[in-house]
Design a protein around this ligand. Structure first.
Ligand code: FES
Ligand SMILES: [Fe+2]
Length: 361
């Protein structure tokens, strides 16, 4: 049984990845929860998501071509409208009523294009995350994407425990063992949007990390904070920053303020799409600074990818081996409980029967 929840919004693409309706180039396709999905725009620019599997012989529709507000399969020429209904079958007076492909609910918010793979009747806009810094002009970033050869939950685990910053990101985002030593506050988020876990970590008086130096911070020691929500299905929304060690919180001098939006979309049980950005605030965009910060961020996220894919390979050698839960796993274990409860609900099972995760040390 797959590890994911179906009734959720999943990011399938950054908005800029989907070509305009007038484009005659290749069609955009990406696999989400094991389902190939082709995304194209209607004439008014609205993205439309259809199953990327022709109902005839299962060729990908994305290997066909767009014809006005329709898609023609490139194998034997069936033509589908943007509701997924076959409107033309070469050599037939009219296509059979069963000739159709699935159309997914789609939402676009602040540069992220979402699909809802579950029951369309349950697609709830209130569950879309508030990824405001992907679109507001005073928040500057470059959009990022990484592909992972690992199950999505291993990456959720990583984002729910920042103690790894001290070790995996020693030379990029971290730089001090004090981050691993600080105990975060962990609280549930019960809605009205998607449920999740709130994590807050304050780390006073530590070495200025290399990432801040790339932003021109020259003080040797800073107080740092990481405040984030991690919501279903796997989205991190984080306000973080730092100020010269000991400086009053209401004193804005030399203060770094960041907002980051990151989200995980399972491609298959063993592979994952990772969409991310980390923005800094400023009245004017400085392209050199934006590029410099993006370089450090992607170098750091590559450090995560190397560690997590190595971890996934080790787990795959013997998936029956038990892990050793520690106090630093508290947030990720609670999040895994939320996933387990949501999966039980979808399966019509008793959610009270889902065992609570236990922290033993
Ligand atoms: S597979 Fe699409 S028309 Fe035959
Ligand atoms: Fe990391």
């Amino acid at each position: 049984m797959p590890s994911w929840i179906r009734d959720c919004w999943y990011v399938i693409a950054w908005d800029h990845e989907i070509a305009p309706a007038s484009d005659t180039g290749p069609l955009f396709s990406r696999t989400v929860l094991g389902e190939p999905i082709v995304v194209l725009r209607a004439a008014d620019g609205t993205p439309v998501a259809l199953e990327d599997r022709c109902c005839h012989r299962h060729a990908p529709l994305s290997r066909g071509r767009r014809e006005g507000d329709s898609v023609r399969c490139g194998y034997h020429g069936l033509r589908f409208d943007l509701d997924g209904r076959c409107v033309e079958a070469p050599g037939m007076e009219r296509p059979p009523a069963r000739a159709q492909v699935r159309r997914y609910p789609v939402a676009v918010r602040n540069g992220w294009v979402f699909v809802w793979p579950g029951d369309p009747a349950r697609a709830d806009p209130a569950w879309l995350p508030d990824n405001f810094s992907c679109a507001q002009l005073q928040w500057h970033h470059r959009p990022g994407y990484l592909h992972y050869d690992a199950n999505w939950l291993l990456i959720c685990d990583n984002l729910l425990d920042f103690s790894h910053l001290s070790y995996v990101h020693e030379r990029t985002l971290g730089g001090s063992v004090a981050i691993a030593q600080a105990r975060p506050e962990i609280d549930p988020i019960d809605g009205p949007g998607a449920p999740g876990i709130r994590v807050r970590r304050f780390v006073p008086d530590i070495d200025t990390p290399p990432y801040y130096r790339a932003m021109g911070v020259t003080v040797p020691r800073v107080d740092r904070w990481f405040d984030y929500d991690f919501v279903l299905p796997g989205t991190l929304l984080m306000a973080s920053g730092g100020r010269p060690a000991g400086q009053a919180p209401d004193d804005p001098r030399d203060t770094v303020r960041l907002h980051s939006c990151q989200t995980l979309t399972p491609e298959t049980e063993h592979t994952t799409h990772y969409f991310f950005q980390q923005s800094h605030r400023g009245d004017v965009a400085d392209p050199a600074l934006v590029d410099g910060m993006f370089r450090v961020l992607t170098a750091a996220f590559e450090e995560d990818r190397q560690m997590i894919t190595a971890q996934a390979r080790t787990i795959a050698l013997d998936p029956t081996r038990r892990m050793l839960p520690l106090h630093i796993d508290a947030a990720l274990l609670r999040f895994r409980d939320l996933v387990a409860q949501a999966r039980a609900r979808e399966a019509g099972a008793d959610t009270a029967a889902v065992p609570a995760a236990r922290v033993v040390a």
